[in-house]
Design a protein around this ligand. Structure first.
Ligand code: ADP
Length: 558
């Protein structure tokens, strides 16, 4: 038996560890799968955004795509005052000025005195298709050319190309024209960016086309980080929030004050992945709980059955022994009497008494076992009637008071002033009292004290306390002593005989009669068993004072 018990514990341990381990692995792989989807989705959007930013860069360069093909020497020569502007250069300027992305085009010589407040700049006039000298020009143009000049001062000696594009963030685009043969700056061509057109007619539609809300589930904002201002959003209903941003994309070498920011949280793929992650987690959690619960339940029931089997085996041994002892006494006495060997009158009486008392003991025991069996099968016949507690308990105690006193017990009985009644089977009630009082007597080896008190708690409830100052019961045993065949196995209780049935009977009968039993006990100090019953009120119409017979089933079904 012990071997199997250890084995069962080991199996339970392995089972639980396996379930927990497998669950952990599954949760981890589900999580990785979900995170992969998230990362892939973010990666996809990132690539798309980076493509968009490249497209923007190309967009600005498209009108001046062929500028590198121009002859820088000719441009330099023609840019002096009084000279006619190089024709191909003008053709390129015309193409650029036709593009609404630029609102103005200016040209300055390499020194750009205008930027220092002296001298003039040339402005491209689309009507005349000519570069015209102007003494007034916007501040942004000077800033743009100034910035390009500073950059080129550091670069020009190693630079191998004819052009270099420099953006003054979203305001201007300046192209430095270089003669790579002698690393000489030919001039600076400055394009004033038409920001409104760029945002509303180019970048906005481009972003909407790629990331329109609902289609991709992504919201994209064009954000001016220097002013913390949203210039464009693919979903006007969605408020910008820094915490929602999953991707930030800069423009390569242009529009430095602006970023494209994207939130992918509403991406349908992600939403689906997230909800499927949680759904799987839920299903798995429920399955695991169910499995663990089933395992623990099976383990506990197996354990209970084992305990029951042990108790029943013990009970059988005990009962056999208990049955055999009186039978052996009766058999021996009967044999002697039958042989006619006993002639002495006193001995005859004594033999008769022996046989009688052993027969009574035997009957009591058989009755007890039958009671349990009947209660178990739900066949106990209830004969419920209104019982005045003071009177019922008093007359019960009167019958046994002498016996208790003989055993050295101090008996106290405290009736209740209101004389409450309960509606119960009298025989059952007496059996309950008998069992509890017998136990009090059995388990009070030292201080022999018994107190029975009645307490009407309110209009509806009454309590009967049966208190002793005996061995008391450990807290851990307090629930279990009401189980069938349960006996406390310790040195003190081992001295007394019993089958572990008395309190099981008490609990069954109390329940059947509509009450319940509770226990308060302190080890080595004593115990109080309390019977709680509903008070029987005379004016209750559906219950008469007549005796009624009902089966247990009827009671339970009520
Ligand atoms: P039995 O007395 O035949 O063993 P019971 O069902 O009446 O069976 O009681 C179950 C166990 O509860 C007993 O074995 C005993 O250890 C404990 N017990 C019952 N009543 C008392 C009591 N008044 N004081 C101490 N222990 C008790």
């Amino acid at each position: 038996m012990e071997k199997y018990l250890t084995f069962r514990w080991i199996l339970l341990g392995i089972g639980i560890t396996a379930i927990v381990g497998l669950t952990g692995m599954n949760v981890y792989s589900l999580y990785s799968l979900h995170m992969n989807t998230v990362n892939n989705s973010i990666e996809n959007q990132k690539n798309q955004l980076s493509e968009v930013s490249e497209q923007v860069r190309n967009r600005f360069r498209t009108p001046v795509r062929d500028i590198w093909k121009l002859n820088m020497g000719k441009i330099q020569h023609s840019s002096r005052k009084g000279k006619k502007t190089h024709r191909e250069f003008l053709e390129m300027l015309e193409i650029a000025s036709n593009d609404s992305i630029f609102s103005d085009i200016y040209f300055s010589g390499p020194d750009c005195q205008a930027c220092e407040g002296e001298g003039e700049l040339q402005h491209y006039n689309p009507v005349t298709n000519q570069l015209e000298w102007v003494s007034e020009s916007p501040r942004v143009v000077h800033d743009g050319i100034g910035m390009a000049r500073t950059r080129m001062l550091a670069l020009v000696n190693e630079y191998r190309f004819k052009t270099r594009v420099i953006f003054d963030t979203h305001r201007t685009m300046t192209i430095a024209l270089i003669d790579p043969r002698d690393h000489d700056i030919v001039g600076y061509l400055n394009f004033v960016i038409n920001t409104d057109y760029f945002i509303n007619n180019y970048l906005g539609p481009l972003l909407s086309k790629n990331f329109a809300n609902g289609k991709s589930g992504v919201t994209v904002w064009l954000h001016d980080w220097t002013k913390d201002d949203i210039l464009f959003a693919t979903d006007i209903n969605r408020e910008y929030s820094r915490s929602d941003v999953d991707i930030t994309q800069q423009f390569p070498d242009l529009l430095h004050d602006w970023n494209i920011k994207a939130s992918v949280v509403h991406n349908p793929a992600l939403i689906e992945s997230r909800s499927s992650f949680y759904r799987n987690l839920g299903v798995m959690g429920a399955t695991v709980c169910f499995l663990l619960g089933a395992m623990v339940f099976m383990f506990i029931t197996a354990q209970r059955e084992r305990n029951l089997a042990i108790s029943q085996a013990g009970f059988l041994a005990n009962v056999t022994h208990e049955l055999k002892t009186p039978l052996a006494v009766m058999q021996a006495a009967g044999e002697n009497l039958a042989d006619g060997r006993v002639n002495n009158k006193d001995r005859l009486v004594s033999y008769g008494q022996h046989i009688f008392s052993e027969a009574v003991r035997l009957r009591e025991m058989i009755d007890k076992m039958l009671d349990v069996a009947k209660a178990d099968a739900g066949k106990l016949l209830l004969n419920a009637e209104p019982l005045p507690l003071n009177k019922t308990i008093k007359s019960f105690l009167d019958k046994g008071a002498d016996l208790l006193e003989e055993k050295g017990f101090t008996l106290q009985f405290v009736p209740d002033k209101t004389n409450p009644k309960i509606f119960a089977d009298k025989d059952n009630f007496n059996t309950i009292l008998t069992n509890i009082i017998h136990n009090a007597v059995k388990y009070s080896p030292d201080e022999k004290f018994l107190r029975i008190s009645i307490h009407q708690q309110d209009n509806n409830n009454v309590r009967v306390d049966i208190a002793d100052r005996g061995l008391g019961i450990h807290r851990k045993d307090q629930k279990r002593i009401f189980e069938k065949f349960y006996r406390i196995e310790d040195a003190l209780t081992a001295k007394t005989k019993g089958h572990g049935l008395g309190l099981a009977i008490v609990r069954n009968l109390t329940k059947l009669n509509g009450g319940q039993i509770t226990l308060k006990s302190t080890y080595r100090k004593g115990s109080i068993f309390s019977l709680h019953f509903p008070v029987y009120n005379n004016h209750e119409t559906n219950i008469t004072d007549d005796k009624r017979e009902r089966t247990t089933e009827e009671y339970i079904n009520e």
